[in-house]
Design a protein around this ligand. Structure first.
Ligand code: PLP
Length: 408
């Protein structure tokens, strides 16, 4: 079965086989991985190796912490803001007093559903969220996500107002919008802004599919359940100088933070402050090892991602308007989540019955989970790292045959 779901995704077969053995008897201990104590030397080796391999894959500098936490990407919508607001309060003790009691602005670049949710959460918690850009409202966007407006049109807070952070999502999983290669245009931000404002990236659905300049960011997070595989662990890569004790910032207007969301607790305890998601960390570690040692690292993944998405977009572009990409800007088409609608020849109007039929044709070829997110409909094929080029070729055959069927 070829799983093109948007997550949780598949794991490479070799990783599953190793994990299956590890669940029965890990490393000759006579106990399964998930039965071990998380404080045992055996598990410590597992988590340390996972971190070391991830550091090697992404070239993470030493002044960055790698934290394995729970709560998913959604919990990071609040945790990123809380911890960076705490750091802001600790580093700028007079700020709130001199700013009429107002917290610092938090800038959001909204290019899809997940950044939109992050803004909602920040506002719910009472933070001073500034939507620097909402791609739905850009010229020609028709109220829908599907493009990335030019940086020069973004309404960023002035650097002098000391924003607590700028937040973006590198690949919007629901809408199929990804920042064009080589990634988010940090170098196009005003110089003073990029030199002083911490930049936060949600890379949940495209981490390890192309290089990312970690040092240009202050914080990168991703849930493992897409390009890595198992659900249950979220990785936070954060500049250590921004990891503070939030209680020291409270009297300066910083937030109080629930214990398990405090990055400092996770850093000081090597992600073992409380019981961690052991299986998810273990399986993620196996995927990191496999990518690093057997599959050419991030460079190998980058080439495959390019090749796979090219195959699918070529089939879309050759369909003479039957397969309609939902992302209007070709450069912003996601390499990970390819979203499109299906229309009868010459109509350009999405036809849900045809989309259902396409999903059925896929299922007949053991290709599953191709329907779009329930909020947007249409078709979405997710081409995460575990999806092979051969599997995508199979998908493309089905797509091309379906186009012929619709035309006939
Ligand atoms: N961010 C992105 C880009 C996502 O794709 C998702 C989930 O699909 C999330 C955040 C939320 O992740 P979770 O379901 O782990 O809370």
């Amino acid at each position: 079965t070829i799983n093109l779901g948007a997550g949780p995704s598949s794991l490479p077969t070799s990783v599953l086989l190793t994990a299956a053995q590890g669940i029965l008897d890990h490393d000759g201990t006579g106990m399964g991985l998930t039965e071990l104590s998380h404080r045992s030397g055996t598990f410590k080796k597992v988590i340390e190796k996972a971190e070391a391999d991830l550091r090697a894959l992404l070239a993470i500098p030493d002044d960055y912490a790698v934290l394995f936490v729970q709560g998913g990407g959604t919990e990071q919508f609040s945790a990123t803001a809380l911890n960076l607001l705490a750091a802001h309060a600790v580093h700028n003790p007079d700020y709130v007093r001199n700013n009429n009691g107002q917290g610092p602005p938090c800038d959001y670049v909204v290019t899809g559903s997940w950044t939109s949710k992050a803004v909602k959460e920040a506002r719910r918690l009472g933070f001073n969220a500034n939507v620097a850009v909402d791609a739905r409202k850009a010229e020609g966007a028709d109220g829908k996500f599907g493009m990335i407006p030019e940086v020069s049109t973004w309404n960023l807070s002035p650097a002098q107002s000391k924003p607590a952070f700028l937040y973006y999502c590198d690949n919007e999983t629901v809408d199929g919008v990804e920042f064009p290669n080589p990634g988010f245009p940090i170098d196009r931000l005003p110089k003073e802004y990029r030199d002083t404002v911490p930049i936060v990236a949600d890379c949940s659905s495209n981490i390890l599919s192309r290089p990312i300049d970690v040092a240009a960011h202050s914080l990168i997070f991703f849930g493992a359940q897409k390009n890595v595989g198992p659900s249950g662990v979220t990785v936070v890569i954060v500049r250590k100088s921004l990891v503070v004790d939030p209680d020291l910032g409270v009297e300066h207007g910083g937030p109080r933070i629930p214990t398990t969301l405090v990055y400092k607790n996770m850093l000081d305890n090597a992600s073992l402050y409380n019981t961690p998601p052991m299986f998810a960390i273990y399986a993620s570690g196996l995927v990191f090892d496999d990518l690093l040692r057997n599959k050419g690292g991030v460079q190998g993944a980058t080439e495959r991602a390019q090749q796979k998405s090219r195959l699918v977009y070529d089939a879309i572009d050759a369909s003479e308007g039957i397969l309609i990409p939902t992302v209007r800007q070709p450069g912003a088409r996601s390499r990970m989540n390819v979203t499109f609608r299906i229309a009868r020849p010459g109509t350009a109007t999405p036809d849900e019955a045809l989309e259902d039929r396409f999903a059925k044709r896929c299922a007949e070829h053991h290709i599953v989970q191709v329907k779009g997110h329930r909020s947007v409909g249409g078709i979405r094929t997710s081409l995460y790292n575990a999806v092979t080029v051969e599997q995508v070729q199979k998908l493309v055959e089905v797509m091309r045959a379906f186009v012929q069927e619709v035309k006939a």
